[in-house]
Structures are given as structure tokens and as C-alpha cells.
Design a protein around this ligand. Structure first.
Ligand code: ADP
Ligand code: MG
Length: 698
């Protein structure tokens, strides 16, 4: 059980004053917590990258040229704009010596008259600027009577925001969260703590969220580094514990000839690539060895991982065991089922699909799985619900792993007697990150592309040329091509300027009629299926989709992908999306549309996309380019599953965390676990608590 000391941090953010349902939703988006409501802990781990430092000015005659200031004065004059004029509303504030203009565009006169009545004394904070030599503060951050001056922070942290979430609202919620922070026992060993001169955990959070000066902020500050280290330490501890328990539950030497898999593969009509052959051989050796297999299969999109997994599953069933394949989304699970079932069934195997949806028929399938008449189960996380049992689960394959946590991987693995584990990732992960996510798993890489693949030509264009793009798509569709059209967000979202998939679909449907299809995450599962199969069918032409298609969707004859707002996507995501085309024998193209002006990082990303198709090269470039500033509310910055640690800043802390984790576990084994409770709290804090169970068992 979680130490009760941590309870306040695991209360929902919505329990804080000022956090209603709407704000809660926005907080969920900025903190990117995934499932469940955002917690106070999540707010605390949302760190400010910089701060506004305000100068208190005693007399307006001492104003600096520009900069953030706090001033006080009397409202001397209102200058309302003429009706229908686009000019701003100006309020002249003076202190007998000098005056400053407060400038408001699109403001209602009534609101200003209430906020800044003539003759009233007001304290104002904002960014001072000069315009025609006049001192101006456009849209002040704060306006209030002198007795509220204390509410203005001299140093105000600046948080990554999402559209619709006011900075002040977020800052207030975080300050309230900070007040809930208990004092925790130290989990870092004293030697390391002293050497690095890091503040304690709670001190670090206080330093970052309530900065005293603007200097000591950002990912390279000691406070942030300490927290990044904590997070890496928790993940390394979890990985080591998982690894240790996996070793303890010794595997089985599987027996099979490989003939079944060979027969299946020989029906494909193409031969495997050299790297596919190598991966299959390595997996066979693992399966036959008495130790448990823990192997990571990395391969760029379209490199043919599914077939490698199928071979492994066929081998396992030949020995009498069952195999499970877990995919991160329902669309993908269905697609795996559609690919694998015919091949496996032709070889006499029984394959069943388990998603959240088949509630009705699930009883029957579950029984079949439990008695062993189903050989291969394919599904989503529905596979590891407690009610699902296997007769003899011998192999677990997890596709697109980085979306699942170690936790989920373990739940599924717990269903068999130490089943062999094959994890597949489509985003090639640089070596340093392999260690972060997977610990010391054995790695197979599919570096070769299947023969006959046509290169994908990538072009970058401004969204202002949308008309030309639509025309190009129309010509292509006339020639029988299939097109993915990707929009970043769904219409219901607050992001008003996002090219909403629904709106775009409606427009394109006017040109393409019923052959324009729509796919997004909020559609009902049956509607999604219908859209996918209509797109696959001969009549399907344009599939307008959100990023739900990012993960593994395979329609080999789709040859064009248009990505709107490409500047909003991370490199890994763009590469994944682009990988939806170029899967068949047709020459393919990818069109990246951006909304100008382009920021420097976004420009660089699009350049990388234009120049290379090699997922491994892209992964390396990604690591270099990722910085804060491109956090637009979705998983675009940092590492998935990590709130604080950033590969580009904290890479070297990883080795340190790994060493520290080993040290902590070694202490435990010798029974010298003086700070066991502290370590346990650390694992809970960073949601690596599945590993705590292993600690107890161990
Ligand atoms: P990944 O999961 O690695 O992105 P898939 O396994 O989905 O890739 O394979 C992509 C496509 O390539 C599928 O249509 C598959 O049938 C095909 N394919 C896989 N291996 C080969 C090969 N050796 N030669 C030709 N086509 C292949
Ligand atoms: Mg795949």
C-alpha cells in the first residue's frame, strides 16, 4: 500500500480551490497524464522553464527603457477609441512626475472603467515598452488597488501552457498543490547528494515553483536535475526489480522444430529480409534457451516486425503453448488480427481477438482461452484484465511498447508461468533511451527495408497553398491513388485554430463525396472499423484522420499522406505518420503543411523529414532537437512516461541513476535497507509502484 504520507499528493487536482471541471481538463492536457484525472502530484511535476523577473519602480520618473515592472499611480485619463475604430483603449496612469499609458486592444469600455476608474490609485504589473518615446504597458499582467500589491510575484514562474488555460489559473493551482507537499525522508544516498550539492526533493520543488530569482530555473538547474534524477532513479529501480524477478522466475526451454513457422512464411509470396531472418533466429535461440526471453525488436515503420512476431508465435504454439499479442489501440489490434488470423488459421491454429468491445461474446472466448483451444490471442489492454486467463501462456508479444508502461507489461506477463517476452517498437530508440525504458533487454534491429519498397518523397509547404494541395490530391485520386489526410486535433477541442478533422472532412467530402472518410479517436469503435474498411475497399479514396492512424495502420495501397500543422508534431510522430505510406509497390509521397511563421526547431524538424527516411537517423536528430517551447499540450516534448527528465539535458544522469539503483538494491540484499521506506515512497511518487510489489515479494 502507498505510504499515507503521500496521500495528499495523490488527491485529484480538482480538489484544489479554483480547479473546476474545465480547468481540470486543461490541466490534464498540459500535464499529459494519460489515463485518469490529473493529480496534485502531476501539477507539482509540471515545472516552469523560466520566470518573469519584475522590477519594483518607486517613482515613474525612474522607469527603465523596457522590461517587466511593478508601478503605482493614479488613473488620470481614459482615451477610448472611436466607434468601429481598431485603435486600442488607452488609460493614462501618473504619479505627478511622469505618466505611463496602459494599452488595451479589443477591450470593453465598461470593463476598463471598472478596473481602472478615473482618479483611482492602482498598482500595475506588466511589460514596459516604448512607442514613439512614450512609456506603454500593453495588456498588463496585473491591475489592482495598492492593498493587493502583495499578490504580485516579483519573480513569477512561466509554465508551458495549453490553449485556454490562463497562466494565473495554473500558477495558482500549482501554488496550492505546493502547500500539500509533505516532508519526505531522503532516498538519495548521502554521498551522492553531497557530491552533487542537490537540494532535497521538497526544497527542489519549492525552488522551481516559487523562484526567488530568475537564474536558478530551467532543466539545467540543480533543483530540476535533482528531480530528473529522482525520476530516472525510480524508473531504473523499477526496471532492475522487474528484471530481477523475471530472472528468478526461470523460463522454460521451449521445444519446436520451426516447421510450422516456415510453412506459414513460405506462403507469403515474398522472402524475408536478412534482418528479419536474423531476428527470427535470435528469437528462436532465446525461446529454446532455459532462461526467460526478454527481447526488444526495434524496426522502423514498415520494416516487417509483425511477421517476425508471427514466426515466434507459430514456434511457441508448435511446442503446445499459447501466445498473446498486445497492441496499444483497438484499430491496431484489429489490423494485427486481420493480418495474422488468415495466415495462422491456414496452419491450423485458432486465433481470437480481445478488445474492450466484445463484451457479449467474450465469455465464450475467455472459456476457450482458459481451456487452451485458442492458440493466439490478439488484443488491447483488455487482454490483461483479471478475468482473462490462459491455459499456458508461453509468449507475450507487446507491439509499440513505449505506449505501455512497465506496469502493464508486467500484468500481462504475470498471466503465464514466466512467459517469454518480445517487445516491439516502431520508433527506433537511441541506445541511451533503450536503457531508460527497457533496462538491459536483448535487442534485435530490423535495419533493412523489404525489397521493392519505393522511396517516399517528402515535401514541405505552407498551409497557404492548401488550394493547390487539394487539387493535387484530386488529380491523384482520379488516377486511383489513396490518400491519408492528417489533422492534429478533433473539433471539440478548445484549440480553435487547429484544422479540425471533422471540418476538413466536410470540406473534402464536397469534392470526393462518399469516398472521403473520417477517422478519429472519439468515434464509436464500430464507426472506426467501418471507416477503415471503407478506406481499404476499392472505393475508398481519402481518409481524413487524427493521429489515431499514427500507430501501425497498414493499408499498402495508400500512397499519399498530407499532414496539416506538421509544425506541431514531433519528429518521431511525423516519421510514424509518414510510415503509413510507402508500404506497397507504388511510389509514395508525403506532404507536410505548416502554418507560418515557423519556429526554428520546427523548421529544423521539417528539414530533417525532407532529407531522410531513416528512422534511426531521425531518432538521433530528434534527441538533439527536442527542447521545451514546442510543448503544445500533447506528447511532443520530453520522453513518453517521463514528466521531468529530458534526454537532451539529463542523458548523463541516467548512468548515475542506474548505478544508484544498483547500489540501493545491493544494500537491500545485504539487509542494510536503512531507507527502504524512502525508496518505496520514491517509486510511488513516480508511479513505478508496480515494482514495489516485486520488492515485497523479493
Ligand atoms: P512494421 O510493423 O514493422 O511497421 P509490418 O510488419 O506491418 O511493418 O509490415 C509492413 C508491410 O510489409 C506489411 O504489408 C507486410 O506484409 C510487408 N512485409 C513484411 N516483410 C516483408 C518482406 N520481407 N518483403 C516484402 N514485404 C514485406
Ligand atoms: Mg507494426
Amino acid at each position: 500500500m502507498r505510504p499515507s504520507l503521500l496521500d495528499p499528493l495523490f488527491a485529484e487536482a480538482a480538489t484544489l480551490p479554483g480547479v473546476g471541471p474545465k480547468v481540470e481538463k486543461l490541466i490534464a492536457r498540459v500535464t499529459d497524464v494519460g489515463e485518469g484525472p490529473p493529480l496534485i502530484r502531476d501539477l507539482l511535476f509540471h515545472l516552469p522553464a523560466s520566470a518573469i523577473v519584475r522590477q519594483r519602480i518607486a517613482s515613474l520618473s525612474e522607469l527603465p527603457e523596457t522590461g517587466h515592472v511593478i508601478i503605482e499611480g493614479v488613473v488620470e485619463r481614459h482615451e477610448a477609441p472611436r466607434r468601429h475604430s481598431r485603435a486600442p483603449f488607452r488609460v493614462i496612469l501618473g504619479d505627478g512626475m511622469e505618466t505611463v499609458e496602459l494599452v488595451f486592444f479589443n477591450a470593453r469600455a465598461g470593463w476598463i472603467e471598472k478596473l481602472l476608474p478615473l482618479g483611482a490609485r492602482r498598482v500595475v504589473a506588466g511589460r514596459l515598452d516604448r512607442f514613439d518615446y512614450r512609456a506603454q504597458i500593453p495588456h498588463p499582467d496585473f491591475v489592482g488597488p495598492p492593498e493587493e500589491a502583495g499578490d504580485i510575484l516579483a519573480v513569477e514562474p512561466v509554465y508551458p501552457l495549453t490553449e485556454g488555460l490562463a497562466p494565473r489559473t495554473l500558477a495558482k493551482a500549482i501554488r496550492a498543490a505546493l502547500a500539500k507537499l509533505p516532508e519526505l525522508a531522503e532516498w538519495i544516498t548521502p554521498a551522492l547528494l553531497n557530491r552533487e550539492k542537490w537540494p532535497s526533493f521538497d526544497k527542489a520543488l519549492n525552488l522551481l515553483h516559487l523562484p526567488q530569482d530568475g537564474e536558478a530555473l530551467g532543466p539545467e538547474s540543480p533543483a530540476w536535475r535533482r528531480l530528473a534524477f529522482d525520476e530516472l532513479l525510480a524508473s531504473q529501480l523499477a526496471l532492475l526489480l522487474v528484471r530481477a524477478s523475471a530472472r528468478k522466475s526461470a523460463g522454460k526451454a521451449r521445444r519446436f522444430s520451426g516447421a510450422r513457422a516456415e510453412r506459414m512464411l513460405s506462403r507469403l509470396g515474398f522472402s524475408l529480409t536478412g534482418s528479419q531472418e536474423q531476428a527470427i533466429a535470435a528469437i528462436r535461440a532465446d525461446l529454446r534457451a532455459p532462461e526467460r526471453m526478454l527481447r526488444l525488436l526495434q524496426g522502423d515503420v514498415g520494416s516487417g516486425k509483425t511477421l517476425v512476431a508471427l514466426a515466434a508465435m507459430a514456434d511457441i504454439t508448435e511446442g503446445g503453448g499459447q501466445a498473446a499479442l498486445m497492441a496499444p489501440t483497438e484499430v491496431l489490434a484489429r489490423q494485427h488480427f486481420a493480418t495474422i488470423a488468415p495466415l495462422a488459421e491456414a496452419a491450423g491454429l485458432k486465433v481470437a481477438l480481445f478488445t474492450g468491445r466484445e463484451a457479449g461474446e467474450r465469455g465464450e472466448k475467455r472459456a476457450a482461452l482458459a481451456e487452451g483451444s485458442i492458440d493466439i490471442a490478439i488484443g488491447t489492454h483488455a487482454l490483461f484484465q483479471e478475468t482473462v486467463t490462459f491455459k499456458d501462456l508461453a509468449l507475450v508479444v507487446v507491439d509499440e511498447q513505449h505506449r505501455f508502461g512497465v506496469h502493464q507489461r508486467m500484468l500481462l506477463a504475470a498471466k503465464g508461468a514466466a512467459p517469454d517476452l518480445l517487445v516491439m517498437t516502431a520508433t527506433p530508440i537511441p541506445r541511451t533511451l533503450v536503457l531508460t525504458y527497457f533496462g538491459d533487454m536483448a535487442v534485435s534491429e530490423l535495419r533493412e527495408k523489404p525489397a521493392g519498397r519505393q522511396p517516399i518523397e517528402t515535401r514541405v509547404a505552407s498551409a497557404e497553398r492548401l488550394g493547390e494541395v487539394v487539387e493535387r490530391v484530386r488529380l491523384a485520386v482520379e488516377k486511383g491513388e489513396k490518400v491519408y489526410w492528417v489533422c492534429p486535433l478533433v473539433a471539440e477541442s478548445e484549440a480553435s485554430d487547429a484544422a479540425a478533422a471533422e471540418a476538413r472532412h466536410k470540406e473534402l467530402a464536397e469534392i470526393f463525396g462518399a469516398s472521403a472518410l473520417l477517422l478519429h479517436g472519439r468515434m464509436k469503435p464500430a464507426e472506426k472499423d467501418a471507416a477503415m474498411s471503407a478506406f481499404r475497399a476499392a472505393k475508398g479514396a481519402v481518409l481524413v484522420a487524427t493521429t489515431v492512424i499514427e500507430v501501425g495502420v497498414d493499408v499498402p495501397d495508400a500512397s499519399i499522406i498530407v499532414i496539416e500543422h506538421a509544425e506541431r508534431f514531433g519528429l518521431a510522430q511525423l516519421h510514424q505518420l509518414r510510415g503509413r505510406v510507402g508500404r506497397g509497390s507504388k511510389a509514395s509521397s508525403c506532404l507536410l503543411l505548416y502554418k507560418p511563421p515557423l519556429g526554428e526547431t520546427a523548421r529544423e524538424r521539417l528539414k530533417v523529414m525532407r532529407e531522410t527516411n531513416d528512422g534511426f537517423a531521425i531518432a538521433e536528430a530528434d534527441l538533439k532537437l527536442r527542447g521545451e517551447g514546442d510543448l503544445l499540450g500533447t506528447r511532443q516534448s520530453g520522453m513518453p512516461g517521463f514528466a521531468i527528465a529530458r534526454p537532451e539535458f539529463h542523458g548523463e544522469l541516467l548512468e548515475l541513476a542506474r548505478a544508484e539503483a544498483k547500489l540501493i538494491l545491493a544494500h537491500r540484499e545485504r539487509g542494510e535497507s536503512a531507507h527502504e521506506e524512502a525508496v518505496r515512497a520514491l517509486l510511488y511518487l513516480f508511479k513505478r509502484d508496480a515494482a514495489v510489489r516485486l520488492m515485497r515479494a523479493g
